[in-house]
Design a protein around this ligand. Structure first.
Ligand code: HMG
Ligand code: MG
Length: 316
């Protein structure tokens, strides 16, 4: 399969951890609800492609996200590969009760940098959601689980408009202060641009939160996700969220589209000589297969460029 010319750039990490969110963020926003065995196969294929962190599903209210209502059944079917982590989203104690005992080792809570999205996504205020998360994080840490926190609407909110950097830092710190080991900064509606990413990461660093505690989670609505990622890498971030084939969005955020496609990320990082451990050919094959299951083509440019081309045509 065609591969990019390798030309490293200064100031980038040697290795990036890709936090794959396709089975969760991707599938939660697809109109087609996939059978549980297809989801299990997706997770298995992603692991075979070399992804070492695969967010598998959500323990949210099944009425809120019917696409992932089979979370228990999926976890029962996961063929866990040693060394691969399978985090799940957990909003509240009820979600944690459901997840515990199913072999879960990593969970993620998900807060909001804005009041409107907190209400729309979690049915409570920002303060109310912190109250909801507090016992979840405490109990998860006591049970020996790793806890990540997401913060949504870090760059803009469809109802409130631009979100001040100080507000994002304030709410992000509250989530970290609960005891979460990592904060993933969500550009839920994809409106961020590279200078904004730099400014936000600088503001976090000035508030005592360095890039080693942060991850970035870009949706590609305005085609900025890769540029934003490069900005984050230059600021020292080494964990990047992405979704195989670029599927996904958020059902509770107007105009949220798919995440940064994992293939687009791997192509760029491979060209930059940054290690990911991911086999691009195997991943593209997975996204082509997934597109067939979903009944719509992958929005990823790299998948479109590489998929289904006979070697002769590819080499022209
Ligand atoms: P609520 O209605 O306020 O819940 O929803 P409640 O605590 O009032 O409970 C009401 C009923 O729901 C009770 O049942 C609970 O047991 C039940 P009853 O006693 O009436 O029979 N219940 C549950 N059942 C199953 N699993 C649960 C659960 N919790 C309560 N976990 C809630 C609050 C948080 C549950 C709801 O708002 C919810 O599920 N929200 C999730 C929305 C969501 O999943 N959004 C997408 C993920 S976030 C995202 O995509 C952004 C991200 O990618 C980053 C980015 O891009 O920015 C992470
Ligand atoms: Mg998301």
């Amino acid at each position: 399969m065609r591969a990019p010319f390798q030309a490293p750039m200064e100031g980038l990490p040697d290795r990036v951890t890709i936090y794959e969110v396709g089975p969760r963020d991707g599938l939660q926003n697809e109109s087609a609800i996939l059978p549980v065995e297809v989801k299990a196969e997706l997770v298995a294929r992603l692991a075979r492609a070399g992804l070492a962190t695969i967010e598998a599903t959500s323990f949210v209210h099944p009425k809120w996200v019917p696409q992932l209502a089979d979370a228990e059944e999926l976890l029962g079917r996961l063929d866990r590969v040693p060394g691969v982590r399978y985090p799940v989203l957990v909003p509240n104690e009820r979600g944690l009760d459901r997840a515990l005992g199913l072999g879960v080792t990593d969970i993620a809570i998900f807060g909001s940098a804005t009041e409107t999205f907190a209400r729309r996504n979690l049915n409570r205020s920002v303060d109310g959601s912190i109250e909801m998360f507090t016992p979840v994080v405490e109990r998860a840490l006591d049970a020996g689980l790793a806890v990540r926190a997401y913060l949504s609407m870090c760059f803009g909110d469809p109802w409130e408009g631009p979100v001040p950097v100080e507000q994002v830092v304030r709410h992000g710190r509250r989530l970290l202060d609960l005891g979460c080991s990592q904060l993933s900064l969500g550009d839920t509606i994809g409106v961020g641009t590279p200078g904004h990413v730099t400014a936000l990461l600088r503001a976090f660093a000035e508030a005592g939160v360095g890039p080693e505690r942060l991850a970035v989670h870009f949706h590609d609505t305005y085609g900025q996700a890769l540029a934003n990622t490069l900005s984050a890498l230059r600021a020292g971030v080494t964990v990047v969220d992405a979704s195989a084939g670029g599927i996904g969005g958020c059902p509770y955020a107007q105009s949220a589209t798919g995440n940064l496609a994992t293939e687009d990320l791997v192509w760029m990082l491979s060209g930059l000589g940054v290690e990911t451990g991911v086999d691009l050919e195997s991943l593209v094959g997975t996204s082509v297969w997934l597109a067939g299951e979903l009944g719509r083509p992958s929005p990823s440019r790299v998948v479109q460029a590489l998929a289904g081309k006979p070697p002769a045509e590819e080499e022209e």
